[in-house]
Design a protein around this ligand. Structure first.
Ligand SMILES: Cc1cc2nc3c(=O)[nH]c(=O)nc-3n(C[C@H](O)[C@H](O)[C@H](O)COP(=O)(O)OP(=O)(O)OC[C@H]3O[C@@H](n4cnc5c(N)ncnc54)[C@H](O)[C@@H]3O)c2cc1C
Length: 373
């Protein structure tokens, strides 16, 4: 008897992580991607793999599992992965307190005073610096070339990928594509990014998720001598990721930032500076919530990002080579991943917020292992 394949909707990172993991577990896998290549959040992000943003415990373990999977796949699929770690810099005393509180709960991070930071990371801005946490776990990939390499690798592993083929309907045991094909499935994974409303709108509406638009940019390549040595973040970022939410000083830091940087807080600006192997820096971002967004990028928001960047790093060449925005779904109740089962054998994976690259492989493993029980 022929067994129907695992069908995946979407060839972003969540779709490809599920496809590759399912194949490793011996499933036949077919992926349908609406566009000619992945063009969603998975190719619009920083490419930072970010355990330090994850809540210590199960979520951090999932992220660290993901780092090992990324490292293995960078060898197998042939894409660049920079294991440079992260440097969370503190300029306000409340930020320094948050880092010290965070360090108490996590083993593999090093607390550095200002002198130690500047000796080891000369690109950090010394003005007002109190100290930093260096964590070796974080890494960077170049999103667009990585997603293309993963799709090629998936095909070499025997996964069928149909690009330019939207799935328009889910029947009881088959999906229907826009060209009228019906493809039966044993298991269906819907990983349609922010475009989840099409297939099970009621399930999504009940899941407490909202759309979020983020503004991003990339610099020209920096001079060869400029090597940051880590992905840099600073005070604003400590109020952004769930990892720091339980530190006693986080509300104090947030209150101070709201007083001192009200426009940054209104636009949800926090700044990550991620250096890639081509010496460019990916910079961002802002967070705008709603159902639909203006098509325009906002120059004022870009300036807010650059101003906040200037507080912790001086770029030798600050020229911006490209700008774009990305959209993701995010939980309104603080979940970092929302997994829905609108029907038997159908899994919808959504609302990975700003950690989808980091958490993708662990989530895919959990989904596929769940099919055995
Ligand atoms: C600006 C920005 C910065 C971020 N930075 C980071 C970061 O540094 N680290 C991190 O871990 N995470 C980061 N994230 C989050 C991460 O990028 C996302 O969580 C992740 O990419 C989501 O992957 P996905 O596969 O669900 O979505 P997507 O990449 O959006 O992929 C969904 C795919 O489904 C396809 N699709 C939709 N509908 C259909 C249909 N009906 N039929 C067929 N195909 C369909 C789409 O065309 C798309 O290719 C960031 C996100 C953004 C936007």
């Amino acid at each position: 008897m022929r067994i129907s394949p695992v069908v995946i909707v979407g060839a972003g990172i969540i779709g490809l992580a599920h496809a590759i993991t399912a194949r490793e577990h011996g499933h036949d896998v077919v992926v349908f991607e609406r566009d000619g290549r992945a063009l969603g959040a998975s190719v619009r992000n920083f490419g930072t793999l970010w355990p330090i943003g994850c809540v210590p415990g199960a979520e951090r373990a999932q992220a660290l599992f993901g780092i090992e999977r990324w490292a293995h796949l960078s060898e197998e699929a042939g894409f660049w992965m920079g294991r440079q770690g992260s440097l969370s810099l503190a300029y306000r005393e409340e930020a320094w307190a948050v880092l010290q509180e965070f360090r108490d709960g996590v083993d593999d991070c090093t607390l550095l005073d200002a002198d130690a930071v500047l000796r080891r990371f000369p690109a950090a801005n010394p003005r007002g610096l109190r100290g930093a946490i260096y964590s070796a776990a974080e890494a960077v990939v170049h999103p667009a070339s990585t997603l293309a390499a993963l799709a090629d690798y998936a095909r070499r592993r025997g996964i069928t990928i149909h690009f330019g083929t939207p799935v328009v309907k889910v029947h009881d045991e088959a999906v229907e594509t826009s060209d009228g094909r019906r493809v039966p499935f044993q298991h269906l994974v819907i990983a349609a990014g922010d475009e989840m409303r099409l297939l099970f709108p009621e399930a999504l509406a009940a899941a407490h998720v909202q759309r979020c638009r983020l503004q991003m940019m990339r610099t020209v390549p920096q001079p060869a001598a400029f090597d940051m040595g880590a992905v840099f973040v600073s005070d604003l970022t400590l109020c952004h990721y769930p990892a720091f939410k339980d530190c006693p000083s986080t509300p104090l830091l947030r209150a101070r930032l709201e007083r001192e940087l009200p426009h940054h807080c209104d636009w949800g600006v926090h700044v990550i500076a991620a250096q890639h192997d081509d010496r460019t820096l990916t910079l961002g971002d802002s967070h705008e919530y709603g159902l639909d967004f203006d098509p325009d990028s906002h120059e004022g928001v870009e300036q807010l990002i650059l101003d906040a960047l200037g507080d912790f790093v001086d770029l030798p060449d600050p020229r911006i080579a490209s700008r774009w925005h990305g959209v993701y779904l995010k939980s309104t109740v603080g979940e970092t991943q929302v997994v829905l089962h609108p029907r038997e054998r159908v899994t919808m994976v959504t609302a990975m917020g700003g950690l989808g690259m980091t958490l993708s492989w662990g989530l895919a493993a959990r989904t596929v292992e769940g099919w055995r029980s």
